[in-house]
Design a protein around this ligand. Structure first.
Ligand code: RB5
Length: 147
C-alpha cells in the first residue's frame, strides 16, 4: 500500500499519479488535499510520513509546487527518508543507496509524463542492501556522532 498526498500546488498532478497507480494495479491510500483550494503542505507531508513511519503504508508519494516544503516536512518524522526527485536517475539512486521510503516531486517542476516515469522507477527499484549503504543510512539516525 502506497500513501499519497499533496497540497493545492500538487493537486492536479496527484490526480494523474493516482490514475497511473491504478493502471499499474498498485493499491494506494489518498491523504488529500480534497480540493484544489489553497492549503498548507505540512498537513499532507505529516499525514503521509506518519502513515509510512507507522508501517500502515510501505512507501509514500508527496507532491507540492516545488516538492521542497513537503519533503522538508516529511523528513522531520523519525524513520522517514524522503527524496525530492526531478529525474529518473535520482529516483533509482535514492532507492538503491538511501532506501528512500517517500518520493517527493514538484508539480511546477516536472510534467506528467516524467512524473509517471519517476514514480515507476521509485516503486520498481529495490534497495541495494550493500553494507556501505546500510552503514550510511544508520548514520543518518539521531544518536550517531561523527568522529
Ligand atoms: C504553494 O504555493 C507552494 O509554496 C507549495 O506548494 C510548495 O512549493 C512549498 O514548498
Amino acid at each position: 500500500m502506497i500513501a499519497i498526498g499533496s497540497d493545492h500546488g500538487g493537486y492536479e498532478l496527484r490526480q494523474e499519479i493516482m490514475k497511473h497507480l491504478e493502471k499499474r494495479g498498485q493499491e494506494y491510500k489518498d491523504f488529500g488535499c480534497d480540493t484544489p483550494a489553497s492549503t498548507d503542505y505540512p498537513i499532507y507531508g505529516k499525514k503521509v510520513a506518519e502513515a509510512v513511519a507507522s508501517g500502515e503504508c510501505e512507501k509514500g508519494i508527496l507532491i507540492c509546487g516545488t516538492g521542497i516544503g513537503i519533503s522538508i516536512t516529511a523528513n522531520k518524522v523519525p524513520g522517514i527518508r524522503c527524496a525530492l526527485c526531478g529525474d529518473c536517475f535520482s529516483a533509482q539512486a535514492t532507492r538503491e543507496h538511501n532506501d528512500a521510503n517517500i518520493l517527493a516531486m514538484g508539480a511546477r517542476v516536472v510534467g506528467v509524463g516524467l512524473a509517471e516515469k519517476i514514480v515507476d522507477t521509485f516503486l520498481d527499484t529495490p534497495f541495494s542492501n550493500d553494507e556501505r549503504h546500510i552503514r550510511r543510512i544508520s548514520q543518518i539516525e539521531p544518536g550517531y556522532e561523527p568522529k
